[in-house]
Design a protein around this ligand. Structure first.
Ligand code: APR
Length: 268
């Protein structure tokens, strides 16, 4: 079926849906210059998730191979400093203001949905620009650029990267303890889970955008929505586990297709 027809089918479903919920993954931000995790050249293609994706792995790597942490941080800072919402993010922001999209549930930690204007964003894997106190759990939000530049200056200042040096550079909570980035590592508890499953259970359509669907519990959301009777629209140029349950599967980039969908919704 030609792409245009698939887009029309998706628009038709959205027009007839009272409640639309978005479920997004790393592919949503690929066109903002942030590599995905599992595509060729992706983050887990360049770096070992055992070393950098778990708390114990990170501590082990910091002790044994601090240079790998340094190169990971240096690469990440540059990427996030220049990352801006792409036309796909922007389209979802407008769709919320038009009353189509109720909630965005994301696995991304890049804050780009909020920067694009979405006001109800559930971040199951946390947010890179928010910190959480290691002792009392208090959270705070940092301004993106100053936070990234702080990390870059700290890396320039620190000779050998070790746990003490890192703890010294972390933001300090009012209780006196260091605050770690509020992102969810493998094996840690996800965030906003009850709200996310409630959204999946109560929507009439779910837009599944740029996720391979392999990391649980988040990956269960589209199936949950489908079981609850929702229509599933997937936009993904590559493979994912959802192609089988999608009512409409659009094998294209979100940054290209979402503005096309928006245009047609605005023409209504
Ligand atoms: N538009 C839409 N989809 C895209 C695009 C694009 N421009 N580019 C790539 N994709 C698709 C790929 O085909 C792939 O299916 O995005 C998906 C990215 O998959 P992953 O890299 O596995 O990312 P994600 O599904 O978000 O990973 C889930 O894994 O590593 C953990 O915590 C991390 O939140 C992350 C979780």
């Amino acid at each position: 079926m030609p792409l245009i027809e698939k887009i029309e089918q998706a628009v038709d479903i959205l027009r007839r849906s009272a409640v639309v919920v978005v479920f997004s993954g790393a592919g949503m931000s690929a066109e903002s210059g942030i590599p995905t995790f599992r595509d060729p050249g992706g983050i887990w293609d360049q770096f070992d998730p055992e070393e950098l994706g778990t708390g114990s792995g990170l501590l082990h790597t910091l002790t044994r191979h601090p240079d790998r942490i340094r190169s990971f941080l240096e690469a990440t800072i540059d990427i996030f400093l220049s990352a801006k919402p792409n036309p796909g993010h922007v389209a979802l922001g407008v769709m919320e203001r038009m009353g189509y999209v109720r909630t965005v549930i994301t696995q991304n930690v890049d804050n780009l949905h909020q920067e694009a204007g979405n006001s109800r964003v559930l971040e199951m894997h946390g947010n890179l620009f928010r910190q959480r106190c290691l002792a009392c759990g208090k959270k705070q939000v940092s301004e993106k650029t100053s936070y990234l530049l702080h990390i870059r200056r700290a890396l320039e200042r620190i000779g050998r990267l070790d746990l003490n040096a890192v703890l010294r550079e972390l933001p300090q909570c009012r209780c006196g303890s260091p605050m770690r980035p509020d992102v969810v590592m493998f094996g840690e508890q996800v965030q906003d889970m009850p709200e996310s499953f409630l959204e999946a259970d109560s929507c009439s359509a779910m837009l599944v955008l740029g996720t391979s669907g392999v990391v649980y519990p988040a990956a269960a959301l589209p199936q949950k929505a489908k079981q609850a009777g929702a229509k599933v629209i997937e936009i993904n140029p590559g493979d994912s586990v959802y192609s089988g349950i999608a009512d409409v599967q659009i094998p294209e980039k979100t940054g290209r297709v979402l503005p096309e969908i928006l245009k047609r919704l605005q023409d209504a």
